[in-house]
Design a protein around this ligand. Sequence first.
Ligand SMILES: Nc1ncnc2c1ncn2[C@@H]1O[C@H](COP(=O)(O)OP(=O)(O)OP(=O)(O)O)[C@@H](O)[C@H]1O
Ligand SMILES: Cc1ncsc1CCO
Ligand SMILES: [Mg+2]
Length: 266
Amino acid sequence: MDLSLLATLRAKNPIVFNIANFVTVQDVANSLNSIGASPIMSAEPQEAEAMVQIAGAVCLNMGTLTTAQVTQMQAVGQLANLHHKPVILDPVAVGAIPYRQQVAQDLLQTVKVDIIRGNAGEIAALAGIDWQARGIDAGSGQADLVQIAQACAVKQRCVVILSGPTDVITDGQQVIQVKNGTPLFQLHVGSGDMLSAMVAAFAAICPDQLLAAAQMACLTFAGTGELVASQMTANRPATFAIELIDKLSLVTAEELENVSRVSSGK
Ligand SMILES: Nc1ncnc2c1ncn2[C@@H]1O[C@H](COP(=O)(O)OP(=O)(O)OP(=O)(O)O)[C@@H](O)[C@H]1O
Ligand SMILES: Cc1ncsc1CCO
Ligand SMILES: [Mg+2]
């Protein structure tokens, strides 16, 4: 675990270009800003190339698709490939809505996606494994989460983050598990969207070490949430979200190291 990536991120202040969903766009912007990255959102095709050029990474979030946005994602993803900027895909509800499965498959055919970050239902769908996804939520199934993540990484030829009570990170071979977090994340809509953007921020500062970037993003986000939850006396989802964004700007590498529960293997 390279905890120095947090200081690097804050020193470099990478720009993260997000095609966000309209439900959680403000949380995504603020969480990026708090951790020390610089968010930018745009829906305009005419400025797509300039956006990609100034960005360190691109995060494509499928949460509230429109036909125009799908075209925009294709264009932005291809421009990011051309300019060698990491592409992170958040395939929101891809396991629940067949149209989204088609959009995701088309995107994965035409764009080289570097990291897919989704919950169990989403990653199972992209791995072609049977699972009962439920809307934007993970849903339920019998398959092993590590096997699902590995199958998805192999099938889609990229790094996969399957988030949940344990975040499973894999390139198909190496497997890292981040066991930090708090159930409060599930009570705040957009926790996953924030995590995907956080992954893009870390990928921007180490584009050649995507597993390390993914690992540090998961520890930073889940570990910060855990630190916040440990100070709360009752389940207050809205307060949690505000304190999470506050704490992202204050959290230290030492605090994350102390709270870290991470394992890795093959
Ligand atoms: N039960 C849990 N216990 C601990 N941490 C959790 C739990 N559920 C989710 N998390 C954490 O919440 C964050 C978001 O992951 P999650 O899998 O909930 O995304 P998601 O389903 O895409 O969320 P959303 O749809 O709200 O964007 C991750 O950092 C993950 O570690
Ligand atoms: C609730 C919701 N609907 C589409 S996107 C979204 C936010 C979680 O990704
Ligand atoms: Mg999600």
